[in-house]
Ligand binder design. Structure first.
Ligand code: NAG
Length: 323
């Protein structure tokens, strides 16, 4: 016989053990801290031809430092594109920077503390994770990405096999497509728009930037955002605590569960990447570029207006990885 007091005892026990499991799964310890010159020593400036067809030339670290496109000092990392050179129409693209962490990560949390992101017509900045030598099979998570100063930020997942998101997700962002498979969705991704304009571009910058955090487990990907000044950032995030508990961080902006996607198998080990391209096959689409109120033709604008890129820089306070 099962009495009501036994039932309540056993459900309390079940609730407690579920809580304990959840608590365990959401607690991470600091693995790597990247600040200032760590980005020179433990990351690589990639010199590949921009895969998105942008009007940029990605330079190596020696060139980036010599031209002050990359500047690392104290708790500051600046990465920008050239903002002084007029380009010839048939010459190479505007010098810019793309860096990736040498280390790769599977289950982890990455916290990006960013003060400023590239802004301006033609800009297409991204802070993201993938293995660009094994794309799309290693998967891709775009934590910060957008074009031509158009807010809000888009958080997106792209993978190389069947994977979709449920039509209703427990997140504060607004979902676009639910299909994450690059083979069947034209690589548009199963993205989510942040609810606030201060998540991206000029509004992000005038608020002093903020923190993005991405949690990846074998069953879910979550992304949170806290603007610099809203007071809502969890203390373990703002203090760069030695251990963090994502279960205290509230509803994520982007929630990518394994309901119809085997998160554990559609992702490999990923590097962390920052880049800044210009124009290319998103920012430079004439419809997208003009709809943003940007002048003339994207490539002409990049070639002829170097000073338009004076705000096209990343200012990164830190990237911290927890495992
Ligand atoms: C390089 O860039 C940094 C950051 O913007 C700036 O503080 C510094 O003055 C620049 N150095 C030179 C030599 O221009």
């Amino acid at each position: 016989m099962f009495t009501s007091s036994m039932r309540s005892t056993s459900s309390v026990f079940l609730a407690l053990s579920a809580l304990a499991l959840e608590g365990l799964a959401a607690t991470y310890n600091i693995d790597t801290t990247y600040i200032g010159t760590d980005f020179l020593n433990s990351w690589t400036h990639e010199t590949l031809l921009d895969p998105t067809g942008g009007r940029v030339t990605y330079v190596d670290q020696a060139t980036a430092l010599a031209d002050n496109l990359t500047y690392a000092n104290g708790d500051t990392l600046i990465m920008r594109c050239d903002d002084t050179t007029v380009l010839s129409a048939d010459g190479p693209g505007r010098n810019s920077v793309r860096i990736k962490s040498n280390a790769q990560y599977t289950t982890h949390v990455t916290i990006f503390d960013i003060r400023h992101m590239p802004q301006g017509c033609a800009t297409w900045p991204a802070a993201w994770e993938t293995d660009d030598t094994d794309w799309p099979d290693a998967g891709e998570v775009d934590v910060i990405e957008g074009v031509n100063d158009q807010t809000p930020n888009t958080i997106s997942v792209h993978v190389g096999s069947t994977c979709s998101m449920p039509s209703s997700r427990d997140e504060s962002g607004t979902p676009g497509s639910n299909n994450c498979d690059v083979n069947t969705d034209g690589n548009s991704g199963c993205g989510v728009s942040n609810p606030t304009d201060n998540s991206y571009g000029p509004d992000f910058n005038s608020a002093g930037g903020g923190w993005y955090a991405m949690e990846r487990t074998s069953s879910v990907i979550n992304v949170w955002f806290w603007t610099r000044t809203n007071g809502g950032v969890p203390s373990d995030v703002s203090s760069a605590a030695s251990s963090i508990d994502t279960s205290n961080w509230g509803q994520p902006v982007g929630y990518f569960p394994n309901t119809d996607c085997d998160i554990g198998s559609v992702f490999g080990a990923n590097n962390i990447i920052f880049d800044l391209t210009l124009c290319g096959n998103w920012a430079g689409l004439s419809s997208v570029y003009s709809a943003a109120g940007c002048p003339g033709d994207c490539v002409d604008y990049v070639n002829n207006n170097p000073s338009a890129f004076s705000e096209a820089y990343w200012d990164v306070a830190s990237v911290i990885v927890y495992t």
